[in-house]
Write a protein that binds this ligand. Structure first.
Ligand code: DSN
Length: 454
């Protein structure tokens, strides 16, 4: 049977009372089906990418079975000689990619990287200025009542930036006014978080960083989504524009395995190091750290060409979707300057239904809260939008022509109401020619090939 959405959404959990051998076999069967499915789908989740075979090789190394608590040369464990060698290389590559004086590559995720910044530069009860979720904020920036990491885990009170939905960006004058008001009242926040999760246009770091710092805030830029574009010289350069620190994930527009990191100047190094260990990690998943080093080397060699193609592809996809009849957000600014495209789908149904319909056609996207949703009482299960990212299909070698084909397939499924099975055939045909990972030193193994070691 061909892999399709039927194998995914709604799949039944394993029956109770299965033998251990049957459960064991069931796990591998599901893994294989997943690989098959993704090999003939359009993966358009903006927070995902596909790693090279080299990154996958590092991930299954023995580093994954070791501990290396502490900093290279100052470990709490023996047996770390080669781990230190790789980690020193990894941090040097990270510093080079982002032109930073300091890099801590140990955080196991972007959320942990953000928590390290919260822990190093604020205390529970302090306030933080951050984008709200419909304005692009990430759950790790969120309020306690939404179970956001900043509020729930570190006890920060989160104040939202004023946001301009036409420009799909932070409102600079509104922010200054709000901060002046806070200073007159409860006092200025301790942290200003820029960057985020729905992220179409560069944030006004140059315009705001000086003002925010003069108001007593540590300015962090969450580059989880756009890190590969920053490293490739195709977005903004937050550390030069005034941010104190830059947090990132290593696997969205970067080529890595899932992971995080913090970058900045020497002045912030000790606070971050202490927060990461012993504060937030014991094992920093050493195999992931090795795979980050491999991915950073790939980014140093191929990242500029890749980032150029990504932003060109995103713009092409946005324009083609708009021409096909979708309401693409950010039109006033040319739809996007990142890897993302955001679409208001309320004219067709809602983000949850569109996500599910597209999945049946092997087009994998995520629903998205967009500006106006909360006021209109829309919930995150059925928000007004969807978010698309082209990082993964670009890594597979797709260019602007393929973006136009993707827009046409999406139009057939969402606007034309075409049978998902027919759209799925079109998706499979398109994917046939794009089976290898590009922008890497060694891309022989097909991108989604299931590797059996047993
Ligand atoms: N939730 C993912 C995102 O930012 O899109 C990853 O944290």
């Amino acid at each position: 049977m061909k892999a399709s959405a039927a194998a995914g959404r709604g799949a039944r959990p394993a029956a109770a009372g299965r033998t251990a051998r049957a459960s064991y076999a069931g796990v591998f069967a599901a893994l294989k089906k997943h690989h098959g499915w993704f090999g003939e789908s359009l993966p358009l989740i903006a927070s995902e990418n596909v790693p090279s075979p080299a990154v996958r090789e590092a991930l299954i190394s023995d580093f994954g079975n070791r501990y290396a608590e502490g900093w290279p040369g100052e470990r709490v464990y023996a047996g770390c000689a080669y781990i230190d060698e790789v980690e020193v290389e990894c941090a040097a590559l990270a510093r080079r990619l982002f032109r930073a004086r300091f890099a801590d590559v140990r955080p196991v995720s972007g959320v942990v990287a953000n928590l390290a910044v919260y822990s190093a530069f604020s205390s529970p009860g302090d306030a933080m200025l951050a984008p709200s979720i419909p304005a692009g904020g990430h759950i790790s920036h969120g309020r306690r009542e939404h179970a956001g990491t900043a509020g729930l885990v570190h006890g920060l009170d989160v104040e939202f930036y004023p946001f301009d939905p036409e420009a799909m960006n932070i409102d600079v004058d509104g922010t200054k006014k709000k901060v002046r008001g806070l200073k007159r009242g409860r006092g200025a926040p301790k942290i200003a978080m820029l960057g985020g999760s729905l992220f179409l246009f560069p944030h006004p770091v140059k315009e705001l960083a000086g003002f925010l710092k003069d108001s007593g805030m540590h300015v962090n830029y969450d580059g989880a989504h756009v890190a590969g574009l920053i490293a490739g010289g195709q977005f903004q350069d937050p550390l030069r524009e005034g941010a104190d620190t830059l947090t990132a994930s290593t696997h969205k527009t970067l080529f890595g395995p899932q992971g995080g990191m913090v970058l900045g100047g020497k002045a912030h190094a000790e606070g971050i190091k202490r927060a990461v260990f012993p504060g937030l990690t014991s094992s920093h998943h050493i195999h992931h750290m090795a795979a980050k080093a491999v991915a950073f080397a790939e980014a140093a060699e191929f990242g500029a060409a890749y980032a150029r193609q990504v932003v060109g592809n995103a713009r092409a996809l946005a324009e083609a979707l708009s021409a096909a009849g979708f309401r693409v957000l950010g039109e006033a600014g040319g739809f996007t300057r990142s890897h993302q495209v955001a679409v208001d789908v309320l004219a067709h149904s809602d983000g949850g239904r569109v996500e599910a319909d597209l999945e049946k056609a092997n087009i994998i996207v995520n629903r998205q809260l967009i500006p106006g949703d909360i006021r209109a009482g829309r919930h995150y299960m059925h928000p007004g939008g969807i978010r698309l990212g082209v990082a993964e299909v670009t890594r597979l070698g797709m260019k602007k022509g393929e973006m136009r084909e993707i827009a046409s397939l999406m139009g057939q499924a969402v606007i034309g109401g075409r049978d998902p099975a027919r759209v799925r055939s079109g998706v499979r045909a398109l994917r046939k020619g794009f089976q290898k990972v590009r922008y890497c030193f060694d891309g022989r193994l097909p991108a989604y090939e299931y590797v059996r070691l047993r």
